[in-house]
Ligand binder design. Structure first.
Ligand code: MRU
Length: 349
């Protein structure tokens, strides 16, 4: 299954094209993003989502922002514009570190590329933004390769949210492990948490797994413990939005509960993530900013109110799973087991 979640169409004056994920699975629509404000909104509204995909989107967003400056404008102005657009895109979503990672990488490219004029600077940055996308696709394949042996014959696998091709350049992280095991001919079943409130699991993960021909069962989030107690789950694999230096991991709200349940049932709990999702500048998960989202996401379902008007709502989009609850982290370099300050540094540095 090849999903072109996000790509650049055309040359320097072109635009970004992305699958509008808010419409899936009912409608498959490619959104053409032609300016940086539209990209900011696409990220905010989750038209493009998932940590690696957000990073790629931010990279292309930077190019769109620079299009506002003429090719023959003074280079100093272009560099100023770059900083301004970077700060703007940084304000779209706070938790996934891939967004900041991609923007910083492009700022460094701008500093080191020795462009002599604005057009050249734009060309170098677009090329680098494309490299970020292509590298992500390659990292996902490697994650699949390293993780696939963890899925045994006839296993029951549980996943949460969507860490598939839609959340990355292609192929996914947690789902890459399943795609690869399936390609290798293993028989197994996947249970997908629906992932309230925005249903990434129900709408996106099942859509991807079923297209790949993997046996897929959708469950509500609150059914996971029951399934574990019945012995139906042999391992859990999720993605990540930010992993601190000690292995503490932020992922979609509800991931932490799964890790606690896994511990209680003695089930291995895996995180699959590329090196771009690690934030070695923070010592532990308490430093990860957690995005708070609009209350309406919780008080309505498909635009229909499901709670009294003006009810108080708490709607954090992510939670942090402490590293001691994580059996291993599957990266493009290999499997980090158990994840801690030393094992992570050894694998990544
Ligand atoms: O709010 P979302 O849909 O962007 O949250 C996505 C997740 O939590 C994913 O599990 C994570 O980004 C990993 S994607 C490979």
């Amino acid at each position: 299954l090849n999903i072109e979640t996000i790509k650049w169409a055309g040359d320097l004056g072109g635009c970004a094209e992305l699958i509008d994920q808010t419409l899936l699975p009912g409608e498959f629509k490619i959104l053409q993003v032609r300016d940086v404000k539209t990209m900011w909104e696409a990220i905010k509204k989750l038209q493009v989502r998932g940590a690696p995909a957000i990073g790629i989107a931010a990279g292309f967003g930077l190019i769109l922002g620079l299009q506002e400056i003429a090719d023959d404008a003074p280079l100093e102005g272009a560099r100023e514009k770059l900083k301004e657009v970077g700060a703007y895109l940084s304000s779209s979503r706070p938790t996934a570190v891939n967004l900041f990672w991609a923007l910083e990488r492009l700022q460094k490219t701008a500093q080191n590329c020795k462009a002599t004029n604005t057009r050249e600077l734009k060309e170098k940055l677009l090329a680098e933004a494309q490299v970020i996308r292509d590298e992500d696709a390659a990292m996902c394949r490697a994650i699949g390769e390293h993780g696939a042996p963890l899925i045994g014959e006839n296993a029951g696998v549980l996943t949460h949210c969507n860490a598939g091709g839609l959340a990355t350049a292609d192929y996914g992280t947690a789902l890459a492990v399943m795609f690869r095991a399936h390609e290798q001919g293993r028989k197994f079943s996947v249970y997908a948490d629906e992932t309230r409130p925005l249903l990434q699991g129900a709408r996106l993960t099942t859509w991807e797994l079923m297209q790949a021909g993997i046996d897929t069962t959708l469950i509500c989030d609150n059914m996971a413990g029951h399934l574990m107690s019945q012995g139906k789950i042999n391992l859990i694999i999720t993605g990540a939005d930010r992993i601190a230096a000690n292995g503490d991991t932020a992922n979609k709200i509800g991931t932490y509960s799964l890790a606690v349940l896994a511990k209680a049932h003695d089930i291995p709990f895996y995180i699959a993530a590329p090196s771009s999702t690690f934030d070695l500048s923070i010592p532990d998960g308490s430093h990860i900013p957690i995005e708070q989202r609009n209350p309406e996401e919780v008080t309505s379902f498909g635009n229909k109110p499901t709670a009294p008007e003006n009810v108080k709502v708490y709607n954090p989009a992510f939670d942090v799973t402490p590293h001691h609850l994580i059996t291993a982290i599957i990266t493009e370099h290999g499997v980090i087991s158990p994840p801690n300050l030393n094992t992570i540094r050894r694998m990544l540095l």
